[in-house]
Design a protein around this ligand. Structure first.
Ligand SMILES: [Fe+2]
Length: 475
């Protein structure tokens, strides 16, 4: 007999072949809850864990054909002395409001064309989904995707305030990536793609008070798609892997003839260009054999002054091809990657493979962002599935890995590290992860001890949360 979730699933995705159980994690969640106290808790929430965990992700699967293209829904978990309250709200982007008023999709996505072929798509703007990550920032919470400016939300009510342009510094439709780097001193950096005949990356520095300063624009070799970058105290590093659209593909996209997702291709015979900008704005460029990079992990300057950049490197664009088709059919592509370190000196780049990972959504103790570090936490990947039931912890220095398995049918999301108030070591903290439980079509927040990767508590939500992307914690 079909589970209720599976019936809804088949009605939403009627052309899909039989779906595995994890696929019900892509069912949309139309309900918004506000300040609901979580009463079903297994184990014990540590009373010293106080603050707010935010997570962003697509909340409205069903009308789009690419996993990146559904509107963002932010979930909020407020921890207070062992209790948790939960809220979730859609980000009310201007495009979402327009589409709701029209009762139809009006904007096209990264990989989701509008119905109606070329005429319909040529005049349609790009959907700004604000669905990828969150950044608690001053008295606001920013919701971000890389396809537009960030949206500011009220950090308590999650109500949308509007597009955030940093006092007019970010012009309309500026791409502001979903992966800003907040260093230990509170200074943040971000980048954004500028596609077109003269491809480039815009770079910004944001001081702890929230004022944004433009750094010199970085010209690229190609219209490369990059999802992440790296920053240290004195350097910004852009890793231009050979994953790009030709100018013909970009023009076809603007003309409505194709999606950006389809215009992108992997050119594995070409090198990766490593762009390193120092504090003066001077740029050095190096070439190294390519890796496909989704997420960086951390970056820092070592004692010899070398810039070290760690990332999860794939041999090709298999992960993006997997994401492109995951809503249509269970993926068959492997998510195989390696924790890789570039050591960038004055004279060149040395590449070191630190550990085989086969994992995604890498996170570290945020107090070690931009500094030498030891521990990395991530979601273990699984060949032929959206992800696995395991979170992993890797000792970057030894390559040793341990894991926690939530059990069959449970799919943990990105593990956010929260340092204990009296932390004495790098891994002295908790991990927070939103877990989708396909066996009940429910979701819970898991609290783990980061030192031992042991499960401390599960707080079950009254509704399921669809598969999500990135989160953040504010003490
Ligand atoms: Fe990401």
């Amino acid at each position: 007999m079909l589970h209720g979730a599976q019936l809804v699933l088949q009605s939403l995705f009627p052309n899909a072949p039989k779906k595995p159980s994890w696929f019900s994690g892509f069912l949309p969640q139309p309900r918004e809850l506000h300040g609901v106290k979580i009463t079903k808790i297994e184990g014990e929430i540590p009373r010293a864990l106080n603050g707010t965990f935010y997570r962003n992700g697509p909340g409205a699967f069903g009308e789009v054909s690419h996993v990146f293209d559904a509107d963002g829904m932010v979930a909020r978990f407020h921890f207070d002395d062992g209790a948790i309250t939960f809220s979730n709200r859609f980000v009310q982007t201007s495009q979402r409001l327009e589409e709701e008023a029209a009762g139809a999709r009006l904007y096209r996505g990264f990989g989701s064309p509008l119905p109606g072929g070329v005429p319909g798509n040529a005049i349609a703007g790009i959907d700004e989904t604000a669905n990828t990550s969150v950044l608690p920032f001053g008295d606001k919470l920013l919701a971000m995707a890389e396809n537009g400016r960030p949206y500011a939300l009220d950090p308590e009510t999650l109500e949308t305030i509007g597009e955030h342009d940093f006092n007019g510094t970010l012009g309309p439709h500026t791409f502001f990536s979903a992966h800003p780097k907040v260093l230990a001193d509170g200074t943040a950096y971000n980048f954004g793609m500028a596609y077109g005949p003269l491809p480039a990356v815009n770079l910004w520095r944001i001081d702890p008070s929230g004022s944004l300063e433009k750094l010199p624009r970085l010209p690229l070799r190609h219209n490369t798609m990059m999802h992440d970058f790296a920053a240290t105290k004195n350097h910004v590093v852009v890793l231009e892997h050979p994953y790009r659209a030709g100018i013909g593909g970009i023009l076809k996209m603007f003309a409505g003839q194709d999606t950006l997702a389809n215009a992108l291709a992997w050119h594995g015979d070409d090198p990766m260009t490593v762009h390193v900008m120092d504090k003066s704005g001077a740029v050095k460029r190096f070439e190294t054999p390519p890796d496909f990079i989704g997420h960086t992990v951390n970056a820092f300057e070592d004692k010899d002054g070398n810039v070290c950049v760690d990332y999860l490197g794939y041999k090709d664009d298999a992960p993006y091809r997997m994401l492109q088709s995951v809503l249509d059919a269970p993926p068959t592509l492997a998510m195989e990657n390696t924790l890789t370190r570039l050591v960038i000196s004055r004279s060149g780049v040395e590449k070191k493979k630190l550990a085989r990972m086969d994992a995604e959504f890498p996170q570290i103790n945020p107090r070690y962002a931009g500094r030498d570090y030891q521990f990395l936490y991530a979601v273990k990947s699984e060949t032929g599935a959206w992800s696995s039931s395991r979170l992993v912890k890797t000792d970057v220095k030894s390559g040793q890995t341990s894991s926690h398995d939530f059990g069959a049918g449970h799919f943990p999301g990105e593990p956010i590290f929260v340092p204990k108030p009296d932390a004495v070591s790098e891994d002295d903290g908790w991990l927070l992860s939103v877990v989708y439980d396909a066996t009940t079509h429910g979701s819970y927040v898991a609290v783990l001890d980061a030192a031992h990767l042991s499960l401390l508590a599960k707080a079950h939500l009254p509704i399921h949360l669809p598969v999500g992307f990135h989160g953040a914690f504010r003490a």
